[in-house]
Design a protein around this ligand. Structure first.
Ligand SMILES: Nc1ncnc2c1ncn2[C@@H]1O[C@H](COP(=O)(O)OP(=O)(O)OP(=O)(O)O)[C@@H](O)[C@H]1O
Ligand SMILES: [Mg+2]
Length: 353
């Protein structure tokens, strides 16, 4: 199965994360562009999904059925995103060759870049274009994912009556959506843009130079860490602390918020340091997505600590809302940055194999 390609038929993007399942389905708009056809979010309890791995198949299966019901879609073809330790994405530079030759050689090349047994991996590649640094060479985006992970999802989706047609890397789905929104490329020449997604448990960093992925890293921090910090300060249960965080953010103990902002900034700085060790283009802008990016004050707290221009990635109104589907435009827009990965996955339906 291709990690990148989809087919030109209706398809739903399912972002199965540590904190929630997000579903998005798009259709072509009459004047070009995309219209939201279906969307829903269904929460997941902590521990059901860990780094994309399914830890409680029954619970996740039930949540998948609920999110489909909520969205009211009849489409059964699904694209999912994977991330965490089971996934490796790298840009490699190879001598120029045809796609066919590369196809024959990619396993050999991948073997040199990934620490796993090549027979246990699903491999995919995407030619980015000529290398700017080496004459006669090209940059190739290499993506690998452990076969076991894809099989787990195939089983889960099978039992929910769904057809898994595309497995994408979470960061690439996010990048696809950022490109559609049109602000991923808006960096000056020689400048880089960082796409940072902050979910329940993971923070993904994808640094683009001239619109190309040059650096990808996952960090183990997310909105659950703030919930746990609130728990620690107040003695509340996880559910109570989560509710306080979402419904009364002004009541979050200052010490918990401060500690969490410090941790998130430190992880992002660590990624930027790793990037800077091998790349000269400075990161001038950061675009945030994921549920935890919606936390009030986070952007200000990060801007202060990182000294970088920060914005939320907002998919609406680039994606148009139809009048006849009963969407609440304010709520959809509010959740927009959290829907980025699911929307990026849904975009795979428009691509040719
Ligand atoms: N409006 C909001 N304000 C603050 N935090 C929020 C808001 N909405 C969601 N969150 C937090 O975002 C996190 C969930 O985000 P999201 O649904 O993007 O995670 P996920 O994709 O399931 O997780 P991961 O990407 O780590 O696998 C939770 O910690 C949740 O509390
Ligand atoms: Mg996520």
């Amino acid at each position: 199965m291709s990690l990148f390609a989809g087919k030109g038929k209706p398809l739903v993007g399912l972002d199965i994360g540590a904190a929630s399942i997000k579903l998005a389905e798009l259709r072509d708009g009459s004047g070009g562009g995309y219209v939201l056809e279906a969307a829903a979010i269904e929460p997941l309890p902590p521990g059901a999904i860990v780094e994309s791995a399914i830890k409680d198949a029954q619970l996740v299966g039930e949540a998948v059925r609920r999110v489909l019901d909520k969205a009211g879609t009849t489409t059964r073809r699904v694209a999912i995103g994977v991330s965490g330790n089971a996934v490796i994405i790298k840009t490699i530079t190879l001598p120029e060759m045809s796609e066919l030759d590369l196809e024959g050689q990619i396993a050999y090349e991948a073997d040199q870049y990934v620490p796993y047994d090549i027979d246990e991996l699903n491999l995919d590649f995407h030619v980015l274009g000529p290398s700017e640094h080496e004459e006669g060479h090209m940059d190739v985006l290499l993506a690998v994912c452990k076969k076991g992970l894809v099989e787990e999802y195939q089983q889960l989706l099978d039992s929910a009556g769904l057809d898994l047609v595309c497995v994408d890397c979470a960061v690439l789905a996010i990048q696809n959506m950022a490109e559609l929104i049109g602000n991923a490329q808006r960096a000056g020449a020689g400048q880089a843009i960082a796409l940072v997604d902050i979910g329940g448990a993971l923070l993904h960093v994808n640094i683009l130079v001239d619109g190309r992925t040059t650096f990808v890293r996952d960090h183990f921090i997310g909105g659950n860490d703030l919930t746990q910090a609130i728990q620690k300060e107040t003695g509340m249960s996880f559910q109570q602390a989560e509710q306080l965080k979402l419904e009364d953010p002004a009541a979050i103990p200052a010490a918990a918020a401060e500690r969490y902002h410090e941790q998130v900034a430190a992880e992002i700085l660590r990624a930027l340091d790793f990037y800077a060790a091998n790349h000269s283009q400075p990161v001038s802008r950061m675009l945030l997505s994921g549920g935890a990016a919606l936390q009030p004050n986070l952007i200000e707290a990060l801007a202060m600590r990182l000294d970088i221009e920060l914005d939320l990635l907002q998919p609406f109104p680039t994606i148009a809302l139809p009048n006849d589907k009963g969407f609440d435009p304010i709520e959809v827009r509010r959740q927009g940055p959290r829907m980025i990965e699911a929307l990026g996955l849904a975009l795979r339906s428009g691509e040719q194999p």
